[in-house]
Design a binder for this molecule. Structure first.
Ligand SMILES: C[S@@+](CC[C@H](N)C(=O)[O-])C[C@H]1O[C@@H](n2cnc3c(N)ncnc32)[C@H](O)[C@@H]1O
Length: 220
């Protein structure tokens, strides 16, 4: 999707992906990664996700990236926290407050240095927010900027893409394997099919969606 698409979504308040509560599969599956609690954790395409607060409360230094400044400001405003803004390489301003740091700009502008060798990453609503050609670029960049041995907890959705255009997009198991399988180890942690769908999926005639969780480990 183009940057303007996301800016317009934030401008018009069409942010149906946003959850006011912490993602249950983050709570359920994060412990499987067994990361040191004080280690940095990367949250790509973070929006104003409450999951960042949960990760912070778990002891992690949280490093997000979000294209749209309104979203970043809204995150800190919602927490009623002071934040400061500093410039960083590639002209990416970084908003920081309460142990949470969000780069405001394009994910593809991030380098390994921005991520402070984060050994963990939580991807909910990031890979699946992108159309197929952008997903390949996204996953390739992820494997370039994460350090060897880093782990990603990835959540995906699968559904009949012919019925609904996305985003969020359907990303089947085979695609996750193709995107990450060469340079990473992959384990599927969970899968759940549900017919209890949000209105935008129902309106498009979808009857079921399968959610999956993967643990991805970048080879050393
Ligand atoms: C579907 S939302 C998911 C947000 C968050 N992960 C969550 O679970 O609530 C995708 C977010 O990615 C942001 N985004 C889209 N393209 C981006 C890019 N190239 N770099 C950084 N952020 C981007 C959008 O503005 C939007 O907030």
């Amino acid at each position: 999707m183009e940057a303007e698409f996301w800016r317009e979504r934030w401008r018009s308040g069409c942010t149906g992906w946003h959850q006011e509560t912490v993602n249950p599969w983050l709570k359920k599956h994060w412990p499987a990664l067994d990361l040191p609690t004080s280690s940095p954790v990367f949250v790509p395409l973070c929006g104003k996700s409450q999951d960042m607060i949960w990760l912070r409360q778990a002891g992690h230094r949280v490093i997000g990236v979000e294209l749209v400044e309104t979203a970043v400001r809204s995150f800190f405003k919602g927490r009623d926290r002071l934040f400061k803004v500093v410039n960083t390489p590639n002209n990416l301003p970084r908003f920081s407050g309460g142990g949470i740091h969000i780069y405001c700009g394009d994910y593809l502008e991030l380098s390994a240095a921005h991520l402070e060798a984060a050994p963990g990453c939580f991807d909910r609503g990031a890979l699946i927010a992108l159309p197929p050609e952008q997903r390949a670029v996204y996953a390739d960049h992820m494997q370039r900027i994460l350090p060897d041995g880093a782990q990603v907890l990835l959540l995906t959705l699968e559904y009949d893409q012919a019925k609904a255009p996305g985003p969020p997009f359907s990303v089947p198991v085979e695609e996750v394997q193709a995107l990450y399988g060469t340079r990473c180890g992959l384990k599927q942690l969970d899968a759940e099919a549900t017919g209890d769908l949000p209105p935008h999926f129902q309106e498009q005639g979808l009857k079921a969606v399968t959610q999956r969780a993967y643990r991805i480990i970048k080879n050393t």
